[in-house]
Design a protein around this ligand. Structure first.
Ligand code: ADP
Ligand code: NA
Length: 330
């Protein structure tokens, strides 16, 4: 029996991923990769929608791929590749852009937010058509399932609309994918600002735990994490966002229930709790970091893996693109 197909990706927008990416995406990908025919992409074409230094972009792309592998995405089990290595993404995006309404694209809230922030002249057309490229990413592989965060749900809805529209105009061509929204318990917040999500592109990184950081540095950031004056280790997202966030991280990385962790620290202070969490974080990321650095130390091996995986992706993507060209009359 063939496995259902799954597609997901991340932008290479920093030298290191942050642990929100790990808990909210990579851990799930790792779990899903054996029951799905999974495609995991480093979406470097998407990264171009904001200004990039060419050498830095290339480096961040390699580092992101290395971190996928270090986090347990198996390049022999999943197809783990760099988006720009597969030409069909850009080609299908063009075709899909011709069946996307201008108003329809303009209603994407992520575009509205970003363009309002940057201003019209600093907003590229690429940022506007970003969701169309994302639709191409997904539809090229005849994807059944797309695991995404809340913020990408609207883009997956657009992808579904485009797939249905194409199918009804030109004949059945695309699988219509469905989004799987990450669990709320997998959402990690900034340690210094525990009501906004931890992000690679946060203004200050004092509250960001990087996957590739020196473990001692991460431990220090945890010891300095914002809590509250109550002094009890208790989950309450509304009243105690800081402590709740630390509990979420603890539970996600240790595999334990939040209740059990609350019990363990019931009569102990935040200092002990943070020390315990720091230990969990260091234990989790020490080997991940070591493996990523090892991969980055052997560029030829990483190139070989990425080339072999891109070739696999190419095969599937080219077949879809050939069908699309045929249907539209190219
Ligand atoms: P970032 O803000 O770090 O650049 P992205 O928005 O590029 O992250 O998201 C990449 C993936 O990581 C998505 O699947 C997203 O849901 C997940 N992710 C990012 N930040 C977090 C977080 N703080 N908590 C949980 N998941 C996250
Ligand atoms: Na798989």
């Amino acid at each position: 029996m063939t496995k259902p197909r799954l597609y997901s990706g991340m932008q290479p927008s920093a030298d290191s991923l942050q642990i929100g990416n790990y808990i909210g995406a990579l851990l799930q990908w790792r779990e899903l990769q054996s029951s799905y025919d999974a495609y995991f992409s480093v979406v470097d074409l998407h990264a171009l929608t904001v200004a990039q230094d060419p050498a830095e972009l290339r480096e961040k792309t390699r580092r992101t791929a290395a971190q996928y592998i270090a986090a347990g995405i198996e390049p022999s089990l999943s197809t783990l590749y760099v988006q720009s290595h597969v030409r069909a993404h850009a080609e299908l995006a063009w075709i899909l852009s011709t069946i996307t309404g201008f108003g329809e694209a303009g209603r994407m809230t992520q575009f509205k937010d970003k363009s309002a922030r940057y201003g019209a002249d600093a907003t590229s057309v690429g940022l506007f058509t970003y969701p169309v490229l994302m639709a191409a990413d997904i539809l090229l592989y005849q994807t059944d399932v797309v695991p995404v965060g809340d913020d990408q749900k609207q883009h997956v809805e657009l992808t579904r609309d485009l797939a249905e529209r194409f199918n009804s105009r030109f004949g059945e061509t695309f699988v219509v994918p469905r989004p799987v929204i990450q669990k709320d318990t997998a959402r990690i917040y900034d340690l210094q600002n525990p009501t906004s999500k931890m992000s690679k592109s946060a203004e200050s990184d004092a509250g960001v735990l990087w996957m590739l950081d020196d473990p001692a540095k991460s431990a220090k950031k945890i010891m300095r994490a914002v809590t509250d004056n109550e002094g009890s280790v208790r989950f309450d997202r509304e009243q105690k966002p800081g402590v709740s966030n630390l509990l979420t991280i603890y539970a996600a990385l240790s595999g334990r229930q939040i209740g059990a962790i609350e019990d363990e620290y019931a009569r102990r202070g935040y200092g002990d709790f943070k020390k315990g969490l720091a230990e969990v974080v260091v234990n989790e990321f020490e080997p991940v970091r070591a493996r990523a650095l090892e991969l980055l130390d052997d560029p030829a091996e990483l190139d070989r893996i990425l080339a072999a995986n891109a070739a696999r992706a190419d095969e599937v993507a080219d077949a879809t693109l050939a069908a699309v060209y045929d249907r539209v009359g190219l």
